[in-house]
Design a protein around this ligand. Structure first.
Ligand code: ZN
Ligand code: ZN
Length: 255
């Protein structure tokens, strides 16, 4: 069994040329799960899939570079004559409030007519077919989750936006692949605390958690990508890669 992770967007905070905001498609055991829906990411999703073909959507937090495309998803599903039922949506606290607020008074169908929303937080577990999802709180200015995805012994962990800390290390423990935000380069002391990670600190998290492979994502627009790569590679013991829109990463399950 394999788990495929396709990057639909990996830009931090705002889009760039050919770079959409956070969105990742997980495909495993016949299920398709969208992790985050930042600006433009669902356009990339539709290169290969229809929105209605997703089995679930997971949103790490309410910052718009991680959730704003759900407004477009609302209209896409609403106007899709072949869509039926409600799309399962697992989202950190405050996401549902933000999105329904944006749609209020503007739409004959409510957000909840199209999405079956369930709030998720630290310690929660969800099973989608054979795919297991676990969540941990993340250090970030708004309620945010990191997500651990396991299927058939293969494990991918997505940090969400995070300043690191023991909860991230714990949920990433032993993962085959850690998709970790690395917004900045250089010295963490040069940046405001408790918001994001530098590439060096992402690599330290990966070492502490004992992961097999580290993929750096959510680099800020001004962050030098080669420098981020070099800083992480100097610290991390395993393979480091930079996330790129439309790249696909495969994890082979162990059993
Ligand atoms: Zn972000
Ligand atoms: Zn954020």
């Amino acid at each position: 069994m394999v788990l495929d992770l396709t990057v639909l967007g990996c830009a931090g905070s705002h889009t760039g040329v050919g770079r959409m905001c956070s969105g990742y498609l997980v495909e495993a055991a016949g299920k398709r799960i969208l992790l985050d829906a930042g600006n433009g990411s669902t356009g990339n999703l539709q290169r290969e899939h229809r929105l209605r073909d997703l089995d679930a959507i997971v949103i790490s937090h309410r910052h718009v570079d991680h959730c704003i495309d759900l407004i477009g998803c609302y209209y896409n599903l609403r106007f899709d004559p072949d869509h039926a039922g409600r799309m399962p949506l697992y989202a950190a606290a405050e996401v549902h409030e933000l999105l329904t607020g944006l749609l209020s008074g503007d739409a004959p169908m409510s957000f909840d007519d199209l999405f079956a929303h369930q709030e998720v937080g630290h310690g929660d577990h969800i099973q989608i077919g054979e795919v297991s999802l676990r969540f941990a709180r993340s250090v970030h200015p708004v309620p945010t989750v990191s997500t651990r995805i396991e299927v058939g012994g293969g494990t991918v962990v997505y940090s969400g936006d995070s300043a690191g800390g023991p909860d991230l290390v714990e949920i990433a423990r032993g993962a085959d692949l850690l998709l970790c935000e690395a917004t900045w380069t250089g010295d963490a002391a040069d940046y405001p605390p408790d918001i994001h990670l530098t590439a060096t600190d992402a690599a330290k998290v990966a070492n502490e958690a004992g992961v097999g492979r580290l993929i750096l994502t959510h680099l800020a627009g001004a962050t030098d990508r080669e420098q981020a790569m070099a800083e992480a590679a100097a610290v991390f013991d395993g393979t480091v890669q930079l996330a790129e829109d439309l790249f696909r990463y495969r994890v082979e399950a162990h059993d």
